[in-house]
Design a binder for this molecule. Structure first.
Ligand SMILES: [Ca+2]
Ligand SMILES: [Ca+2]
Ligand SMILES: [Ca+2]
Length: 362
């Protein structure tokens, strides 16, 4: 290329101007909160996120019927109130996250709740207070990997609908708990509560205190330790099972050497009602306890109701002890394979105090 043509090109090119452009100020919180239609999505990042989600009656407005507002505060930032939400989807992302969810005094149905706590050692507590659940409602929590603590408390909730609670710890040593105090399952309604530890040595528990299962209603509680050596327990204290109603409780250790227990203390079971209790060790050397202590007043359960007790050690060398102050219509005590030791003590008529003891060595 000649020097002439180079000069020619330089002349024809427009001058380049360099300059600085102002960057807009961007607000980048670690947690994103977005409502699309009736779904509220809350997503954390890789850091340890701290979230508080509160559902309560929106008292900033006068509505008839009153409207529910979901207030979200995450990592110290107030994201404001969201209305018209029928479902909350939460993913906390990696990191050791802490989430507290409260639904209090609502006059309409709270949003369904789905949470994935992802990796990290996470904590999630859910509390429902002073409200009626009058339609379908579901809570589904997955702890993901890490040692997670998840719990739901249905204190003082009057349940009149089809409600499904499912809490899963995932891998890691988790604590998973469902507590129902004074909950009522209305006539013909259904409450299904399931707590699963997943892999790892978990503590899994369901407590039902003074629960009322209405006529024809169903309350089923299932606690499962999953793989690993777990502590799994279901405790039912007081309460009543109405005419034609069903209360079923199933505690399973699953794989690993587990401690499994079911305890029933007091309460009443009406005629044509069913009480079904199941405790299983699953594979591994398990320690299994089933204890039933009814208050025989005003009517000893078992005389007019269907009572079933199913205790199994499954594979492994298990230690089983089942005691009851009432007789069961069907009871199965089965050590399964392995060298098991099983004791069954049943007071056929507790007022007279006759007892029958069966020792099974397999
Ligand atoms: Ca996170
Ligand atoms: Ca986790
Ligand atoms: Ca686990």
């Amino acid at each position: 290329m000649t020097s002439h043509s180079r000069n020619h090109k330089r002349i024809g090119r427009p001058p380049v101007r360099l300059g600085l452009e102002m960057l807009e100020v961007r607000w980048c919180p670690a947690v994103s909160v977005l409502q699309v239609g009736t779904e509220l999505s809350i997503v954390g990042n890789r850091a340890d996120n701290d979230m508080a989600i509160v559902a309560r009656v929106d008292d900033s407005r006068v509505d008839d019927p009153p409207v529910t507002a979901i207030q979200v505060v995450a990592d110290g930032i107030d994201f404001g109130a969201f209305r018209g939400v029928t479902r909350i989807r939460l993913n906390t992302g990696a990191g050791d996250d802490s989430v507290r969810y409260e639904a209090e005094g609502l006059t309409s149905m709270p949003p369904d709740f789905q949470a994935d706590l992802s990796s990290g050692h996470d904590t999630l507590t859910l509390e429902y207070r002073n409200m009626n659940l009058t339609a379908r409602h579901s809570v589904n929590v997955v702890g993901g990997s890490g040692d997670d603590e998840t719990s739901i408390n249905l204190s003082n909730v009057d349940v009149n609908a089809a409600v499904t609670l499912s809490l899963g710890g995932g891998t890691g040593a988790d604590e998973v708990g469902i507590i129902i105090v004074g909950g009522k399952v209305g006539d013909g309604a259904t409450l299904s509560a399931s707590a699963n530890g997943g892999g790892g040595g978990d503590e899994v528990g369901i407590i039902i205190q003074d629960g009322i299962v209405g006529d024809g209603a169903t309350l089923s509680a299932s606690a499962n330790g999953g793989g690993g050596g777990d502590e799994v327990g279901i405790v039912i204290i007081g309460g009543s099972v109405g005419v034609g109603a069903t209360l079923s409780a199933s505690a399973t250790g699953d794989g690993g050497d587990d401690e499994v227990g079911i305890i029933v203390i007091g309460g009443s079971v009406a005629r044509d009602a069913s009480l079904m209790l199941s405790a299983r060790g699953g594979a591994g050397h398990d320690d299994i306890r089933a204890q039933v202590m009814f208050d025989p007043q005003p009517e000893p359960p078992g005389l007019a109701a269907m009572l079933m007790l199913d205790v199994r050690g499954d594979a492994g060398n298990d230690n089983i002890r089942a005691t009851s102050d009432v007789s069961f219509d069907t009871h199965r005590i089965d050590g399964g394979t392995g060298l098991d030791l099983a004791y069954l003590t049943v007071g056929l008529l507790p007022t007279i105090g006759i007892e029958e003891t069966i020792i099974v060595e397999a």
